[in-house]
Every structure is written in structure tokens, then in C-alpha cells.
Design a protein around this ligand. Structure first.
Ligand code: ADP
Ligand code: 5GP
Length: 190
């Protein structure tokens, strides 16, 4: 069945991008909602696939025009938002939407779409492990890494607002769990 939304949220480094990419490769008819964002592109990222990379000025222009379902200044000076056109585009293709989105954005989308949406919180096994994963990913400078770790502590408090919490300790186990939960939700009638 199409026309549903799957939301994956977590503190940065918990593993949501890894899990979302895995689920998209399964036979679930899921398409990724490409967000707009104002941070710099990482070397392996593709504009229009990972994000629509825009300047802060362009981002604010889009806010003014009401182009977002939700948006946030996730880190100071770094804006992220879900364009309304993404959900329309994906539903028009007859697919379900999957989001990789920060925790406040995830709660926000769930509130708007209720039973059409499944919200999943990916919990890191510990803050120490989260820091290790972020360091190993080597995408952030020291300042950004600290910003992300500080924010993570507050984000974990949002976990109870999600439909489901999955602890991402062993990645293969987490993948199996995520696949089973998402498949069940997509099979269920609206
Ligand atoms: P997020 O999108 O939540 O910021 P990522 O998916 O980029 O997180 O994962 C952060 C890093 O941790 C990546 O380098 C990823 O390969 C790694 N990772 C993801 N899940 C696990 C896991 N269960 N055990 C160890 N490393 C993991
Ligand atoms: P990153 O810079 O690591 O790609 O993403 C930083 C955070 O922004 C992550 O938690 C990511 O899920 C979140 N994010 C990505 N797109 C959106 C969006 O459209 N809206 C909101 N609110 N958060 C987003």
C-alpha cells in the first residue's frame, strides 16, 4: 500500500542514515524525502539526492514563500526543511515516503499526518558510543562534533514521543528489527 510516511529520527551519529538507506534498498516501495539544507555538502553527497543544498538566503526565501511542511535551524546557522513538494512527488509516484529528520522535525511531521505516519526513534546504546561513531565517521570538525554531542543529550528526551524506539547496538539486528516494523506498518490498512 502506498501513501504512507515513515519517519526515522535520532541524535546525529546514532545510525539513522545507514538504516534509511538499507530500508530504501528493500522491496518496500519507499522513496527518500530529500530535504533542503544550508550546510556545506560533504564530499560523497550528491545535490538533489542527499539534500537540495541552498544558501541561508535561499532557505529563508523558501520559508517566506511557505514551501516547507516543517523546517528548523537544527544547528546555529544550519537550516534544514522538508519541502511540501517532496511528499506530493513521492505519493504521486505511488510510493511511501521515508524521512531522515531530526527529532523535533520527526515529532512535527507525526503530529501533522497521524496514522498515515510511523515515527521511529533510533537510540544509540550510549553517549560514549555515539561520540565514537561520530568520530569514526570523520565528517565533522571539532566544533561541530561538540555541537552535535551537546544536542544529542537533549534529543534523547524526545524518544517517548515516538511510536517506536529501536536501540541501534548491533547493526544487523537493528536492520532486521527496522525491516520487520516498517513492513508491518506498510501492510496495515489506514
Ligand atoms: P546518523 O544519520 O544518525 O547521523 P549514520 O547512519 O551516519 O548516523 O551513522 C553514524 C556512523 O556510525 C556511520 O559511520 C555508520 O557507519 C556507523 N554505524 C551505524 N550503525 C552502527 C552500529 N550499529 N554499530 C557501529 N557503527 C554504526
Ligand atoms: P546532517 O547534517 O548530519 O545530514 O543532518 C543533521 C540533522 O538534521 C539530522 O538529525 C538530520 O536527520 C536532520 N534533518 C535532515 N533533514 C531535515 C529536515 O528536513 N528537517 C529537519 N527538521 N531536520 C532534518
Amino acid at each position: 500500500m502506498a501513501g504512507k510516511l515513515i519517519i526515522f529520527s535520532a541524535p546525529s551519529g546514532a545510525g539513522k542514515t545507514t538504516l534509511v538507506k538499507y530500508l530504501i534498498d528493500q522491496d518496500l516501495n519507499l522513496a527518500f524525502s530529500v530535504s533542503a539544507c544550508s550546510r556545506d555538502k560533504r564530499p560523497h553527497e550528491v545535490d538533489g539526492e542527499d539534500y537540495y543544498f541552498v544558501s541561508v538566503k535561499e532557505f529563508k526565501e523558501k520559508i517566506r514563500k511557505g514551501e516547507f511542511v516543517e523546517w528548523e535551524e537544527v544547528y546555529p546557522g544550519q537550516f534544514y526543511g522538508t519541502p511540501k513538494t517532496e511528499i506530493e512527488r513521492i505519493w504521486a509516484m505511488g510510493s511511501n515516503v521515508i524521512f531522515d529528520i531530526d527529532v523535533v522535525g520527526g515529532v512535527n511531521i507525526k503530529k501533522q499526518y497521524r496514522n498515515r505516519a510511523l515515527s521511529v526513534f533510533i537510540m544509540p546504546p550510549s553517549l560514549r558510543e555515539l561520540e565514537k561513531r561520530l568520530r569514526n565517521r570523520s565528517t565533522e570538525n571539532r566544533e561541530n562534533l561538540q555541537k552535535r554531542l551537546t544536542k544529542a543529550k537533549a534529543e534523547i528526551n524526545y524518544a517517548p514521543e515516538f511510536d517506536i524506539i529501536i536501540v541501534n547496538d548491533n547493526l544487523n539486528k537493528t536492520k532486521r528489527e527496522a525491516l520487520s516494523i516498517v513492513s508491518e506498518f506498510l501492510k496495515s490498512p489506514l
